[in-house]
Design a protein around this ligand. Structure first.
Ligand SMILES: [Zn+2]
Length: 205
């Protein structure tokens, strides 16, 4: 069965932001339905793949298990409907100008729960660069948290499952939409200078 993406709602966004996010969701839908996408997830090298079940137990999943959750569209606590279900809240999170020396935060989705929380500064940076591809990659990263994947105690790790699968979304879109990928936005996503608050539930408390 083909995997798809369902966008339920967008909150906290103005009209232009909403239109841009909708375009990014369309690209994410295109990426996850591509023939080679599943194989790329199964075969990728993961520096970490921590996943937290509904009862709090944390374990590392294999590439096959990661693809199984993505392919089934399994948000935490669901059996999956072959769709990545998205509700997106655009939130005022610390950005490059407001983080006061700390890492700017791109996303702060709570592990296992919708909505996805995206930083307004990041949405606006992607809009300014006309880069919906990296926005789609970011949405994939955050959906992984909704499915239960968590970062280690250090926060965002560019080799863990949310980051790697996000990168595979960008790569899947490169051929048809490569001219819209902005290198600076890519660097912000993978460089480790930005953060994501979705660590284990224990860290969120
Ligand atoms: Zn994250």
């Amino acid at each position: 069965m083909t995997l798809t993406v369902l966008l339920h709602d967008i909150t906290g966004a103005n009209e232009a932001e909403t239109a841009f996010i909708r375009e990014s969701v369309t690209l994410l839908r295109e990426a996850v339905a591509m023939p080679g996408f599943g194989a790329s997830i199964r075969k990728a090298d993961y520096g970490g793949s921590l996943w937290q079940g509904m009862h709090g137990k944390i374990r590392a999943l294999s590439g096959d298990e990661i693809w199984e959750r993505v392919h089934d569209g399994r948000e935490a606590g669901t059996t999956g409907d072959h769709a990545l279900n998205l509700s997106i809240d655009v939130a005022d999170l610390p950005g490059p100008e407001t983080a006061n020396g700390a890492r700017p935060i791109i996303g702060s989705t709570q592990a296992g729960q919708l909505p996805i929380r995206s930083a307004r500064w990041f949405v606006q940076a992607c809009m300014l660069a006309d880069d919906p591809v990296n926005m789609a990659a970011h949405l994939m990263h955050q959906w992984m948290h909704v499915s239960g994947f968590v970062h280690g105690p250090d926060g965002h790790d560019s080799l863990d499952a949310p980051a790697v699968v996000a990168r595979l979304v960008r790569r899947a879109l490169e051929y048809h939409h490569g001219n819209r990928i902005n290198a600076e936005i890519t660097a912000a996503l993978i460089g480790g200078d930005t953060g994501c608050y979705a660590t284990t539930s224990a860290n969120l408390l």
